[in-house]
Design a binder for this molecule. Structure first.
Ligand code: RIB
Length: 311
């Protein structure tokens, strides 16, 4: 029986344009390949988990605008149950994304995502009881992240947090986190330690545990990732692919991890699967749309080997 995953997080429409260079302040330049995509860290992670075969419900908020209609249809098309998503009197979250040389800059207007309040969390207790795993990010109010983590923890659920984009939070939150998954920049902002070599990456994991998180995986871009295994820290490299667009690289990795810890996989095995999900995602344009199905990941793994981790 597939496990139940609840994603409490953001639902955005991404307005994406590709460019060879970034404009200076006040300058207009010409880009290309404009696309309107479905995104939001919450949606991207929910879609990645659903495509890997888990049963996923999403709690979030969209506006009563056309973007909200389309975003909800996208969730359904991707196999995510969006029936608990609120419709509120605010514009659906919007992200303006420039992709330059495969990498991206994102400016977010949270819009309706700001309406996922602690009161909404309290009112949806049944959803938390249904879930085996709760997955969250910081594109909804952080008080709601705290309320949701606390509730899920009290109900004995596994709580996964992607602290992105980094916010100042009540440190009580960390006590409720089973698995924290920041990237290298978020990890440095939270711990004050830049993971620039194996020793500092180990310190980052120890520091996140010291804050109260049970365990952590730190993604390190092209250097792979570091993750806690009992009292030790293990490392994994990346799969070599041609990068088209890094949007949702981290989200798809997190989705891959969550889908496999649902199945009881050890982290050593789950990070290799999640690395493949992320590698395929960055080889395509867009956010949720670029995330592969389980079959695509299986085929990829037949022909690709993960590289050695090195800084
Ligand atoms: O992580 C990528 C996501 O960040 C985009 O889809 C965008 O919506 C922003 O939330």
């Amino acid at each position: 029986m597939s496990k139940h995953v609840l994603v409490v997080g953001s639902i955005n429409v991404d307005y994406v344009i590709h460019t060879n260079r970034l404009p200076k302040l006040g300058e207009t330049i010409t880009g290309d390949s404009f696309a309107m995509n479905f995104g939001g860290k919450g949606v991207n992670q929910a879609v990645a988990i659903a495509k890997a075969g888990c049963e996923v419900k999403m709690l979030g908020a969209v506006g009563t605008d056309l973007s909200g209609d389309l975003a909800l249809k996208n969730l359904a098309d991707c196999g995510v149950d969006g029936s608990e998503v609120l419709r509120v009197d605010a514009p659906t979250g919007a992200a303006v994304i420039t992709v330059c040389g495969g990498d991206n800059h994102i400016i977010l207007d949270v819009g309706a995502n700001g309406f996922v309040t602690p009161e909404v969390i309290d009112a949806k207790r049944d959803l938390f009881a249904w879930a085996d795993i709760l997955v969250m990010q910081y594109e909804i109010p952080t008080e709601s992240v705290l309320a949701a983590a606390k509730l899920a923890h009290e109900l004995g659920k596994t709580v996964v947090l992607n602290p992105a984009p980094v916010k100042d939070v009540d440190r009580e939150l960390y006590r409720y986190i089973d698995l924290m998954i920041p990237n290298e920049f978020e990890a440095e902002l939270i711990t004050g330690i830049a993971p620039v070599d194996d020793a500092s990456a180990r310190e980052v994991i120890a520091s996140l545990r010291g804050l109260g998180c049970k365990n952590a995986i730190v993604t390190l871009g092209k250097h792979g990732c570091a993750y806690g295994v009992e009292d030790d820290v293990h490392f994994a490299g990346i799969y070599e692919v041609v990068t088209v667009d890094t949007t949702a690289a981290g989200d798809s990795f997190i989705g891959g991890i969550c889908s496999k810890i649902c199945e009881g996989w050890e982290l050593d095995r789950a990070v290799r699967y999640a690395g493949a999900v992320s590698a395929i995602t960055v080889s395509r344009a867009g956010a949720a749309v670029s995330i592969p199905s389980a079959d695509e990941v299986e085929n990829f793994l037949k022909t690709h080997t993960i590289g050695e981790h090195r800084f």
